[in-house]
Design a protein around this ligand. Sequence first.
Ligand code: ATP
Ligand code: DP6
Length: 421
Amino acid sequence: MASEAEGQWVLMATGQSPTNIAVIKYWGKRDEALILPVNDSISVTLDPDHLSATTTVAVSPAFSSDRMWLNGKEISLSGGRFQSCLREIRKRACDFEDEKKGIKIKKEDWEKLHVHIASYNNFPTAAGLASSAAGFACLVFTLGKLMNVKEDYGELSSIARQGSGSACRSIYGGFVKWCMGKKDDGSDSIAVQLADEAHWKDLVIIIAVVSSKQKETSSTSGMRDSVETSPLLQYRAQTVVPSRVLKMEEAIKNHDFESFAKLTCADSNQFHAVCLDTSPPIFYMNDTSHRIISLVEKWNQSEGSPQVAYTFDAGPNAVLIARNRKTAALLLQKLLYYFPPQDKDLSSYLVGDKSILSDAELHSTEDVEALPAPPEMKIHDQKFKGDVSYFICSRLGAGPKVVADESHALLDSVTGLPKGM
Ligand SMILES: Nc1ncnc2c1ncn2[C@@H]1O[C@H](COP(=O)(O)OP(=O)(O)OP(=O)(O)O)[C@@H](O)[C@H]1O
Ligand SMILES: C[C@@](O)(CCOP(=O)(O)OP(=O)(O)O)CC(=O)O
């Protein structure tokens, strides 16, 4: 396996993968083990600088078992989803040789080598910000690089899908469609890129992190209950989504924000209606989520055409997509009027692309306090300080990439253990 220095070497790779937010939602599986959905879905990939997973994977003859550390804590890899990803990637591993380091690994040797994995999310894990999507996409992408996997991104997406359904869409940047596929073995249930992140540069994304606590009902169990009990889910999957997906593809192709926004909001609302139609009902949104919807709806109505789209995943956080920077700055003013920061530090209340604060002419909390009430809203006298933890300003971003600079690796290149351990 390794020529001279048997047992001495550690071979590593590091990758970074973005998260994504669906504008046409995936909700419901037709096959639980293979993670095959009941409908197509479409997402936008978010800028990895703001929301992403970074993962280092390593192999060495010195490792005695597969191990993983997530955000610095060791976690078990025994779950079926991790096992599926590891198995499928190992199956596709190819011969590898690094003459300088004296490392030679034959295709069949990969099965015998154990892996160490360390991953870090630059945003809260399991808080409804799709950490599993970024995480599994990153794991599969980076393992693929390490093990010299030659398969195309479509194939990688179908492996990431077996870690978490929505992860298959994080294999690409920009606008991505997960085609549900028809085959029983899932080989045609893959993601495809509709357009890259440069296609529609005007869009600005503002996320209101309403709660960073772990949620009560996971997406996995929530959608299982919906499939079993919600008649609306069947109607949605068979009748509504197929035509919506076609319209969404057209809207994206033509930069048609009006249509894009209407479809995005309608699909988010229908997904949450399915949750309510589930027995027992699932409530992912809360009063703050509803207030944000109402703010956006009233503004869009007063303008005569949509300025902002909203969408909510399996949690109360609002993802708001503004048609351009000017609109995003106005949106931020309206949001901060109702949800002012609890303390004086405005720069930790808005993270990500902070330059939007200057566009909105908000340089201090005094500027926030001086904001005028949004004229389209009827209730002005009530403010909801503390109901939003913080905001993230982001944009569309690129797909996974290799992090070549070894100083960013999360594992030590000599011990193969997390750095600092
Ligand atoms: N960086 C990562 N690498 C590998 N797996 C990860 C990573 N981050 C999260 N996960 C996996 O995803 C799980 C969290 O997924 P969960 O669906 O509960 O939350 P979420 O993805 O943040 O929210 P949602 O899917 O509702 O948007 C973790 O317990 C872990 O198994
Ligand atoms: C509401 C959603 O975010 C659901 C995501 O579900 P997951 O992909 O987290 O579920 P599993 O496949 O069981 O891991 C909508 C979406 O991302 O399309």
